[in-house]
Design a protein around this ligand. Structure first.
Ligand code: IMP
Ligand code: MG
Length: 175
């Protein structure tokens, strides 16, 4: 069995989410904001974030993309499994991701969403993992930045397991 080393407890996560929601509320005040969660991993973060954003005109949607390859690494060939349903034309889009890793999934999704002519597109990633980035994407909003490691919990999975954990853990495989 792999080991789980604690990285973020639920109190720390709640503080980070509150900080992000505060910044987003300020930056998008008076604007038509559409939050787009990237399934599946972002659903827990998204649920916490939307309940702390102070707005009266935010819309919510989800998008789902899958990359082919192993369970722990992005392969770069990406397929869209579910598109957005809200009309994002001329609206301000904020993509909500659990973790930004290689950046390949998000660069694909940004290119796709630009086709609908939104007024702007920005990225909010709960975790910004920098070591394996393969392009120049940077999150406009990030909860925490880590160098490397495979993380699970708070929506993040390994083979669909561990998403339910309230904290974030590093998954360590036995040598
Ligand atoms: P990217 O295309 O490499 O940026 O991959 C982003 C996606 O890969 C995330 O939305 C996650 O689903 C998955 N991913 C990347 N790193 C991790 C991790 O440490 N734990 C769990 N999933 C991860
Ligand atoms: Mg995933």
């Amino acid at each position: 069995m792999p080991k789980l080393n604690p990285v973020l407890d639920k109190e720390t996560i709640a503080l980070k989410v509150a900080e992000l929601a505060h910044r987003i509320s300020h930056d998008y005040k008076g604007k038509n904001l559409v939050l787009i969660g990237v399934l599946k991993g972002a659903f827990v973060f998204m649920a916490d974030l939307i309940r702390q954003i102070d707005t009266n005109q935010m819309q919510i949607d989800f998008i789902h993309a899958a990359s082919y390859g192993s369970n722990s690494e992005s392969s770069g060939s990406i397929k869209l499994l579910k598109d957005v349903e809200v009309d994002i034309g001329d609206k301000h889009v904020l993509i909500v991701e659990d973790i930004l890793d290689s950046g390949l999934t998000l660069s694909y999704l940004i290119k796709h969403l630009k086709g609908y002519n939104p007024a702007s597109i920005k990225i909010c990633a709960f975790i910004n993992k920098i070591e394996r980035r393969q392009n120049d994407l940077q999150p406009d909003y990030a909860g925490v930045t880590v160098d490397k490691g495979f993380l699970v919990g708070y929506g993040l999975d390994y083979a669909e397991k561990y998403r339910y954990l309230p904290g974030v853990y590093e998954l360590k495989f036995d040598e």
